[in-house]
Design a protein around this ligand. Structure first.
Ligand code: ZN
Length: 250
């Protein structure tokens, strides 16, 4: 309570009335926070151009007991995610990354893992790591941190390692099974996909980018993540649907 300051990543900025903005940001220590930036819409505001989605900032805010919204007193820009603001695909990707944390990060709960994941993904993207790989890595790890990503090496039903033929993700299921336990229906997960999922568990994004997987494998990772995320959330992230409907129109 009282005055707090922390390094943060900005997840969302929206207008509030004619003069103000509501900013949602992620900190390592305090999790996700939403606050009012008074006068942020006014010309020559002290918040200036600093309230940019996915920018890293030093933010100071005032918190009062029993209030959901904090009051933001200052924001200093540390670095911007300008590479994600220069084209439509980048903008869509940026909102997809932020959307994950708006959904999965909690308020008043230390979020060191999620913070580091988003921070390192933005750095890798800025360093030129390919967007498709970075996105698949990010969505896999969000589910891992949430504790819902299925084990990519062993069947939880019979305890045996997955055979060289791969695994199966039953329809609407959240767990990958061996072919004996999973049966013939469901989504067949190729052995290359399982191998990539294992690599994602132990390698950093820049290391993975040095030995990139085939695009077909990334499509399978996306499909597995999509199904696990939907089963867990009981719905889809809005930004994911927006990406697909928008890019389909181009
Ligand atoms: Zn099994």
């Amino acid at each position: 309570m009282g005055l707090q300051t922390a390094e943060a990543l900005i997840l969302d900025v929206r207008d509030l009335h004619d003069r103000d903005r509501i900013v949602t940001f992620l900190t390592r220590e305090h999790g996700k926070k939403s606050g009012v930036a008074k006068g942020a819409r006014v010309k020559h505001s002290r918040f200036g151009g600093q309230l940019q989605p996915l920018a890293k900032v030093q933010v100071t805010w005032y918190e009062r007991e029993g209030r959901d919204l904090v009051r933001i007193s200052s924001v200093e820009l540390v670095s911007t995610a300008h590479l994600l603001q220069s084209d439509l695909e980048g903008l869509l990707l940026g909102s997809y990354l932020a959307d994950h944390l708006l959904e999965f990060a909690q308020e008043e709960e230390a979020s060191d893992h999620l913070y580091r994941l988003l921070d390192s993904t933005l750095q890798a993207l800025a360093a030129g790591v390919e967007r498709d790989l970075a996105t698949r890595y990010f969505e896999t790890w969000v589910l891992r941190i949430a504790g819902v990503f299925p084990a990519p090496h062993v069947c939880p039903s019979c305890g045996r390692s997955f055979p060289p033929e791969g695994a199966v993700l039953p329809r609407s299921g959240e767990t990958m099974l061996c072919l004996d336990c999973g049966g013939p229906s469901g989504f067949a997960v190729a052995p290359e996909t399982l191998e990539l999922l294992c690599r994602m568990g132990r390698e950093s994004l820049p290391v993975m980018a040095g030995r990139p997987p085939a695009p077909g494998v990334l499509r399978q990772v996306e499909a597995v993540c999509t199904q696990v995320r939907r089963a867990f959330l009981q719905r889809e992230l809005r930004s994911y649907d927006v990406i697909h409907t928008t890019l389909a129109r181009l």
